[in-house]
Ligand binder design. Structure first.
Ligand code: ZN
Length: 151
């Protein structure tokens, strides 16, 4: 277990597209564990591998304390509705904005055992899923921001 360095806005790595994981290797398992530690240490509710400088389609999310969701090669397969809520990012410290996101999403991904699974989320979880999956394509929340949130 290790705490990784989170790269910040201005680093062009954040704008790169991450590659799919072809095989779950011990390195991917270690990456998942380290990402969870790093996310928790930073008090975040989600982290994408690109944010620790690894261009792989790997995400961890924890919107409910103690329930870490690990997603490898996640894809949004369904989405509905619309929400506009405040969002931030560990790579853009101190910045918050109201974003436009679907109210509900269904995501298909692979778990650490190499098995496909689906997860549905609404509200904060839907935002977190969209936010982290966007990171894998080099997108940041400011790209879908309607306005800065000063509060
Ligand atoms: Zn982020």
């Amino acid at each position: 277990m290790a705490i990784l360095n989170i790269i910040k806005d201005g680093d062009e790595t954040l704008r790169k597209t991450s590659r799919p994981v072809a095989q779950i290797t011990p390195r991917i398992i270690t990456l998942l564990d380290d990402m969870t530690d790093t996310m928790r240490m930073a008090n975040g509710c989600g982290l994408a591998a690109v944010q620790v400088g690894v261009l792989r389609r790997v995400v961890v999310i924890e919107v409910e304390e103690g329930e870490v969701i690990e997603l490898i090669n996640p894809e949004i397969i369904e989405q509905s509705g619309h929400q506009e809520e405040s969002e931030g990012c560990l790579s853009l410290p101190g910045r918050w904005g109201i974003t436009s996101r679907p109210a509900k999403v269904k995501v298909r991904a692979v778990n650490r055992n190499g098995e496909f699974f689906e997860i549905e989320g609404e509200g904060l979880l839907a935002r977190a899923l969209c936010h982290e999956i966007d990171h894998l394509d080099g997108k940041l929340f400011v790209d879908v921001m309607i306005k800065e949130d000063e509060e």
